[in-house]
Design a protein around this ligand. Structure first.
Ligand SMILES: [Zn+2]
Length: 209
């Protein structure tokens, strides 16, 4: 069984990947094991089923390599968060970050390949790198595409100051403000309402913070 509990508000593989960090100090890291990392990548479409199964199986033969790749995943995630913060602030992405992404792109050198997908065909990437690091190449490609898109990438951070989630605004009007209307959108609206209606309601608002 693969885990299905990962947050998916980013609307992009690299953004969802960046959003897997613990949301508050002391809370759990969603990518706390090799298996969790591969589950996440498969669930978000970064890895096909067969490739994900092959990578999961690697943990038995190459536990060290997988642990090292998981560490690199956490470093790549920090890079991704940094890049997203820069894009959201509409600042240029520093060359050192681009260099890190370029290095990660190299982990997935290989060739595109048509694979069966349902009744039709889908385009998959067949890596030439044999080791576990290749699992991270799809994230590197997604992140590279965002950097290449620059200002048109539509990257924003949730407008709730207490929320650490990023998303890619693909709405036509480009006015998406929240990671999720159901969570932060409503919470912020309720808080604004309480601010407008004075202190007597603060007790209620506190429960929502
Ligand atoms: Zn939020």
């Amino acid at each position: 069984m693969i885990r299905r509990s990962f947050i998916k508000v980013g609307d992009d593989l690299a953004v969802d990947f960046a959003n897997t960090v613990p949301r508050r100090p002391g809370t759990r890291d969603e990518l706390d094991s090799w298996r969790a990392l591969i589950d996440f990548l498969e669930l978000r479409g970064g890895l096909g089923r067969d490739e994900a199964a092959a990578l999961r199986a690697m943990a038995a033969d190459d536990a060290r390599g997988c642990a090292a790749a998981l560490e690199r995943a956490h470093v790549l995630r920090a890079t991704a968060r940094d890049v997203l913060g820069t894009l959201a602030a509409r600042r240029p992405v520093p060359a050192a970050r681009v260099e890190q992404v370029n290095e990660a792109l190299g982990w997935g050198l290989g060739a595109p390949r048509l694979v069966r997908r349902g009744p039709g065909w889908g385009l998959a990437h067949t890596p030439s790198v044999a080791g576990p690091l290749r699992a991270l190449a799809p994230v590197a490609r997604a992140l590279a595409a965002l950097i290449a898109a620059g200002r048109t990438s539509g990257i924003r951070q949730c407008a709730n100051p207490a929320c650490i989630l990023y998303f890619r605004d693909r709405s036509r009007a480009g006015r998406r403000r929240w990671c999720s209307m159901a969570v932060c959108g409503n919470r912020m609206k309720v808080a604004a309402h309480h601010r407008r209606h004075g202190r007597r309601r603060l007790a209620g608002a506190r429960g929502l913070a």
